[in-house]
Design a protein around this ligand. Structure first.
Ligand SMILES: Cc1ncc(COP(=O)(O)OP(=O)(O)O)c(N)n1
Ligand SMILES: Cc1ncsc1CCOP(=O)(O)O
Ligand SMILES: [Mg+2]
Length: 342
């Protein structure tokens, strides 16, 4: 250790700088919770943590500040100058807060007997905040996605999905009933990254294990798949669980069991789900009048018949062939989105 640069103010300076850093970072997250997510509970949690941190920022520590001689003020990482998305901005600031809290925890032990423990507790509160923030972000995005692409196997799968994302799609489900698991895993990984690049949500069909392995935003489970409670235990509280429903009883059960969204259909009979009886527009009407959670009408919907489904009250729809078999997936995506926006 170089003793020449070490003096009695070194630790107060470290604490002063990191108290500022943690509070600034929390303020950035708080603004998003308040204005972006409109989640007053999360905003309040941020505020309380800021106040607790402020309480430790005593005049002794502020007086130790020596900005003109601080070699760190000029240092900035190129990544700090660049934020491509709100997601990245939040991640970067959560990281900054956690680093600052860790510094406060370690150096705080040398300053005040209680400081290490307090900042350890705040650091854990920030981990919980991060996870709640992610859940809130996913649920909001889900609610605001009018169009849901459920994929089918295709030689140009990635390019079709990317073209649809370029058309404004926000929600994609990877569905492939027949491929080997090892290929499914690799495909899911690539699709998940692709979706996140476009800030879209990625949902895995049927498979909770693959959803977790690739960091998917959620999983879609049908009536023959594992129970929602078990999926929740495995996948945790922050990822989305969707459930297919074809009638009133299934809808009620899925909602009671805690599905984040439901599929409502098949509206029309469809070769994609051959042999499955259509639930019809009557069931869409029922969902319009009854479902209090996010729901997607699905089955046989295209640019021609979508208005019937919209007239039955659907605000969000899911399609397979309409996009997967389109000559131009970007144009069809834009068209479906504009039809849904009315
Ligand atoms: C959005 C959405 N709704 C319904 C389904 C159908 O799920 P499931 O009944 O499990 O049938 P498979 O898709 O697994 O054949 C879905 N995938 N997505
Ligand atoms: C997976 C699924 N679940 C109910 S209908 C359906 C398939 C919908 O496919 P398409 O949009 O091609 O009719
Ligand atoms: Mg299924």
């Amino acid at each position: 250790m170089n003793e020449t640069n070490h003096n009695s103010l070194s630790i107060p300076r470290i604490l002063d700088a990191n108290l500022d850093r943690a509070r600034e970072g929390l303020r950035i997250i708080e603004e998003w919770c308040r204005f972006g997510l409109e989640n007053s509970q999360l905003a309040e949690e941020c505020k309380q943590m800021r106040q607790e941190i402020a309480h430790w920022h005593t005049s002794d520590l502020r007086l130790a500040r020596d900005t003109p001689n601080d070699p760190g003020t000029e240092l900035s990482h190129p990544q700090e100058e660049k934020r491509n998305s709100i997601d990245q901005l939040l991640q970067a600031n959560l990281c900054r807060i956690q680093e600052a809290l860790r510094v406060l925890e370690e150096y705080g032990k040398l300053y005040h007997p209680q400081m290490g423990l307090t900042f350890k507790q705040i650091r854990y509160q920030v981990y919980t905040l991060e996870s709640n923030l992610l859940q809130s972000y996913r649920l909001q995005k889900l609610k605001e996605s009018p169009l849901y692409l459920v994929t089918s196997p295709h030689d140009n799968l990635f390019s079709i999905v990317e073209k649809a994302l370029q058309g404004g799609l926000n929600l994609v489900q990877y569905r492939d009933k027949n491929t080997d698991d090892i290929i499914k895993l690799e495909t899911a990984k690539i699709l998940c990254q692709l979706c996140h690049k476009y800030e879209a949500l990625f949902i895995m069909n049927d498979r909770v294990d693959i959803a977790l392995a690739v960091n998917a935003d959620g999983v879609h489970l049908g009536q023959q798949d594992i129970p929602i409670a078990l999926a929740r235990q495995i996948i945790g509280p922050n990822r989305i669980i969707g459930r297919s429903t074809t009638n009133e009883q299934e809808m009620a059960k899925a909602i009671t069991e805690g599905a984040d969204y439901i599929g409502v259909g098949p509206v029309y009979s469809t070769p994609t789900k051959a042999g499955k009886k259509a639930a019809g527009l009557t069931y869409v009407n029922y969902a319009t009048n009854t479902a209090k959670i996010t729901w997607f009408a699905i089955g046989g919907i295209d640019t021609i018949n979508i208005n019937e489904v919209i007239n039955a009250g659907a605000k969000q729809i899911a399609v397979v062939r309409a996009i997967m078999e389109a000559e131009n997936p970007t144009i069809i995506t834009k068209k479906l989105l504009s039809q849904l926006k009315g």
